[in-house]
Design a protein around this ligand. Structure first.
Ligand SMILES: [Zn+2]
Length: 280
């Protein structure tokens, strides 16, 4: 193998660890990265590889500069409408998905249900066909088997979102044809992940929903997917675009289980993610 290529790969892997550490531990990740860099620099000096040092420093700086954990969304001053009646099956109306996530208690509630466990919770945001009024359904637990380990955390499945939607439509006694799915929302438990951002699987689901057939039941007209992360309590949103392409199975496996940063598709979508708000 070309020597420079080898250095680049080593540097890239180290950079991924570094960015992952900061994502997981927040500012506590920085000492970890510094420690890691010192080790690399020492090793490089011992083996007289100054190129390796330069490449490492360069790549780490580059990855810190790029907002791979989502950039802040343009926050217009949020004025919240009066809270919906307690116990209503459809929570709203709100003028946008962002407003709903910032103002309604359903987001903090989903986070509270997730708690310190490893199981995801999720709900759906519906849009009234007659105009831009948004409503939230109630959070449901992932139907996957409870697992105390973060390695196989139970994730919210399409049928779980469907169950939440059915409950809301039936509970609110409304015509199901009057609303479209505008967003799905799910939590990420406080598990150590390489990134606090969406996974490749999440991005994929957004792209699949974006391309849902016009006559699908329930009606889907996805604007964004939303995720509440229990690690940093931030609410992130991703807006799929018409030209977005799904990941390969290999891409999902490596990105979800290994290093998302090494997947250019993931990088590209992660850079588009907006942080809508953070819960106290
Ligand atoms: Zn997810």
């Amino acid at each position: 193998m070309n020597r420079l290529m080898f250095y680049l790969i080593v540097a890239f892997v180290i950079a991924c660890f570094g960015v992952g550490a900061v994502n997981i531990f927040g500012s506590h990740g920085a000492p970890f990265v510094v420690y890691f860099l010192i080790v690399v620099v020492l090793l490089a000096l011992i083996f007289k590889r100054s190129v390796l040092v330069l490449v490492c420093v360069g790549v780490v700086l580059f990855y810190f500069w790029r907002p791979f954990s989502g950039s802040a969304s343009a926050q217009s001053p949020t004025s919240c409408p009066s809270a919906p009646r307690a116990g209503s099956a459809l929570r709203g109306p709100y003028s946008s998905i962002d407003q709903l996530m910032r103002c309604d208690s359903v987001g903090p509630y989903a986070l509270q249900l997730t708690g310190s466990g490893t199981t995801e919770y999720g709900f759906v945001i519906l849009r009234d066909r007659r105009g831009p009024s948004y409503y939230a359904t109630a959070p449901v637990r992932s139907s996957q088997v409870a697992n105390p380990s973060c390695l196989q955390r139970p994730m919210v499945q399409p049928q779980d979102f469907l169950a939440s939607w059915m409950d809301a439509i039936n509970g609110a006694h409304v015509d199901r044809g009057g609303y479209v799915w505008a967003a799905t929302v799910h939590t990420h438990p406080a598990c150590s992940m390489a990134s606090n951002n969406f996974t490749a699987t999440d991005f994929n689901q957004a792209i699949v929903l974006k391309n849902a057939p016009a006559d699908s039941v329930p009606a889907v007209d996805i604007e964004k997917i939303v995720m509440i992360n229990a690690n940093d309590r931030k609410v992130r949103a991703f807006t799929p675009m018409p030209g977005d392409t799904p990941f390969t199975t290999f891409g999902i496996e490596t990105s979800d289980r290994f290093l998302p940063y090494a997947n250019l598709g993931w990088d590209q979508y992660a850079l588009r993610v907006q942080v809508v708000t953070a819960y106290p």
